[in-house]
Design a protein around this ligand. Structure first.
Ligand code: NDP
Length: 338
């Protein structure tokens, strides 16, 4: 018996990647079966992984994601429990794992078989199939964490328009679909309005703006436009979004697709009471994971999820890595590992 996995082997010199090899490999089952499960470990027969921006970085040999080598990449997995040293799981349970260091500091989901920590594992809600849970993946989970942050900060549909940046990407697409279904008026900011406007409207965006509107440095306080925002872009974009957020608004910072800096001032915070809510899906505690997945089962239209999802094979993930880094992938990409 054997299983297949993507495998990345790389070497670093003075912080730079000097050697990078990513390939599909076949492993003897014994590589995992001979390992004694630590208390809390769960062996999973993986059905699907997904391709996220971070996976693109890991597979393409860009720095910033992999903390170990060699490693199986893939920050998501959906599968069935094979063996469990965690009393919360029994063989056959349908499970999903997002983050928790898989595909970064421990072996990840781009494989047919994995050993993961039960502490971060969530049972797939009954209303969702395995492929749907994968389609949601880290991007959708992150989008839901951002929506929960807006809600906790008191941003309700009646509060006013909400903005989603990086709209046609994975986080953005799910954020739009969920927010629109909850009754928010959603403005989508995209650099691909010429090709993706219909798609974004179908997800529920009521208006679409060009992301170039946010990329020039602006004044610290600007005309208020947003009751809240889900930002996947960071950088000058996030600074402008903060400067345009209304009194008491909440901006959930999820990503850095446009840069990791934040050239802002304290003005939006001290003069408008704006809250900048940080979103970290990787280390989200168990209770928050379960809350977010329960909400994804009820607040995301499964038909819309289908329209934003494409499925590729394990081997194809290597080529798709460059496409996601180039911002050319729409919505979510599921990887069928078999
Ligand atoms: P995607 O690549 O699917 O989407 C990112 C989107 O950002 C693109 O589709 C594009 O949207 C926009 N974009 C890309 N490059 C630029 C740029 N230079 N300037 C402005 N906009 C840009 O990635 P995901 O949706 O999976 O992830 C989005 C971000 O969130 C990433 O930075 C990722 O690392 C981060 N992330 C963080 C998580 C967390 O736990 N905090 C978890 C998951 C993701 P468009 O074409 O519509 O303009």
């Amino acid at each position: 018996m054997s299983f297949r996995a993507l495998y990345v082997d790389q070497q670093l010199e003075n912080g730079a990647i000097t050697v990078h090899r990513a390939q599909l490999r076949t492993f003897d089952d014994r590589t995992l079966d001979d390992r004694v499960l630590e208390p809390g470990d769960v062996t999973v027969d993986v059905d699907f992984s997904t391709l996220n921006y971070k996976d693109g970085l890991a597979l393409a040999g860009r720095p910033g994601v992999l903390r170990r080598s060699p490693i199986v990449p893939g920050i998501d997995l959906v599968g069935r429990v094979r063996e469990s040293a965690d009393s919360r799981f029994v063989p056959g349970d349908r499970v999903v794992l997002n983050g928790d260091g898989i595909g970064e500091s421990r072996d990840g989901g781009l494989t047919e078989r994995a050993i993961v920590r039960g502490e971060a594992l969530v049972k797939v809600p009954d209303a969702l199939g395995q492929h749907q849970a994968a389609a949601i993946g880290t991007a959708g989970f992150t989008a839901m964490l951002a929506v929960l942050a807006l809600e906790r900060g008191g941003v309700a549909p009646a509060s006013g328009d909400v903005l989603v940046t990086g709209a046609a990407g994975g986080v953005g697409s799910v954020a739009i679909a969920v927010l629109a279904r909850l009754g928010y008026a959603v403005t989508a900011s995209t650099g691909r309005g010429d090709t993706e406007a219909d798609y974004l409207r179908e997800l529920g965006a009521s208006s679409i703006v060009n992301r170039a509107d946010f990329t020039e440095a602006g004044r610290p306080l600007q005309k208020t436009r947003w009751a809240g925002a889900v930002d996947a872009v960071g950088g000058v974009t996030l600074a402008n979004v903060l400067a345009q957020t209304s009194w008491g608004g909440v901006v959930a910072a999820c990503g850095l697709a446009g840069g990791s800096d934040l050239p802002t001032t304290v003005m939006p915070f001290i003069l408008r009471g704006v809250t900048l809510a940080g979103i970290n899906s990787v280390e989200a505690p168990r209770a928050l994971r379960e809350e977010a997945w329960a909400r994804l089962a009820t607040d995301l239209d499964p038909h819309l999820l289908d329209t934003m999802t494409s499925t590729i094979g394990l081997q194809d993930a290597l080529g798709a890595a460059e496409s996601i880094l180039a911002g050319q992938i729409r919505g979510r990409t599921v990887v069928d590992v078999h």
